[in-house]
Design a protein around this ligand. Structure first.
Ligand code: UDP
Length: 312
């Protein structure tokens, strides 16, 4: 039976991924320092005999006494308020941490998949964003602790392929949402849903005309599995996200409608270096992985709202 290491496996996407892998019959080792991940996220699989949880910070070298066949490397702070609050940790997790996990991959000759981010495109001047676009990133701005750390992690990953012929795959994840997004995560969908169901003001930053494209978590997990297990994805860098683009104001009104909330909208200062537009070009994912998202925003939001209400 093949063994899979998932770093950041107790987090939002990681926990959905671990569950899918256990269901497929793999032995899964989940490593997470539980800074933003939560053990509750793993409650459906924590007692499964094919699942093992290790609380560990990957900034330190990781030794495992078991052969590993595949590695999904997801560990990192990922929401802007958190990665800015823990900026040095974010830089170290994606640099030293990625190095430590690549070493595990090299020693095990494991297939290594890293989840990078649409943030590597910065405030993009090309729209929609193709993988071939080099990005427009402020290298010293408040988001650089995440953007540049992920760019470094991508670079290191590619060098392990060039120098050691390691089988690597890079996914650039665009905004993803769904059940298990933490209510205090600070991202737009979790903020708006939490505010709407508690009749608190909906906080739109800036004029709300900036755009994002939101992918439901089950679609994202499906894409990550295809990326890992499709041999044509070896050495590839592929965007995963939903190309349906919405302004933040549109997202606010959709959530108000779906929750039937009486919340008022309030406008707050736009955060520094907030990207103006973001939409993935997913031509490559369609061609190489035969993947495209299936869940429309309203459908995914309904399921997410239900989860937020049940958690309340
Ligand atoms: N945003 C907002 N209100 C909030 C949280 C976020 O208007 O309460 C905006 C934010 O300024 C950005 C977009 O929503 O333009 C997406 O923000 P998020 O933090 O979810 O992720 P990003 O795509 O910026 O990494």
């Amino acid at each position: 039976m093949k063994s899979i290491l998932v770093t950041g496996g107790a987090g939002f996407i990681g926990s959905h991924l671990c569950k899918a892998l256990v269901k497929k019959g793999y032995k899964v080792i989940c490593v997470d320092n539980l800074k933003t991940g939560k053990i509750e996220n793993l409650k459906e699989i924590i007692n499964n005999r094919n699942f093992k949880f290790i609380k560990y910070n990957i900034i330190k070298p990781l030794k495992l006494n078991k052969k590993i066949n595949y590695i999904f490397h997801l560990a990192s702070y990922a929401s802007p308020p958190y990665y800015q609050k823990y900026s040095i940790e974010t830089l170290m997790t994606n640099s030293a941490g990625t190095y430590n996990i690549l070493e595990v991959a090299r020693k095990n000759k494991a297939t290594f998949l890293i989840t990078s981010t649409s943030e590597v495109y910065g405030d993009p001047k090309e729209h929609p964003q193709k993988e071939s676009y080099w990005g427009n990133v402020n290298p010293v701005g408040v988001r650089s602790c995440y953007d540049e750390a992920k760019r470094f992690a991508e670079s290191l990953t590619m060098e392990y392929m060039r120098k050691y012929n390691l089988d690597v795959r890079i996914v650039r994840i665009f905004n993803t949402y769904g059940p298990r997004l933490q209510k205090d995560d600070g991202r737009v969908i979790s903020n708006f849903i939490y505010q709407a169901i508690n009749n608190l003001p909906i906080t739109i930053y800036g004029k709300g005309m900036q755009t994002r494209s939101f992918c439901y978590v089950s679609d994202m997990v499906g894409g990550l599995l295809k990326m890992m297990f499709n041999k044509n994805a070896r050495g590839q860098i592929i965007n995963l996200g939903n190309p349906d683009e919405f302004t933040i104001k549109e997202a606010a009104y959709i959530i108000l409608k779906l929750t039937g909330s009486k919340s008022k909208i309030v406008y707050k200062k736009l955060p520094e270096d907030d990207p103006t537009r973001r939409r993935p070009d997913i031509t490559k994912a369609k061609k190489i992985l035969n993947w495209k998202p299936e869940i429309k925003l309203e459908e995914g939001l309904k399921a997410t709202i239900k989860w937020f209400k049940d958690e309340k």
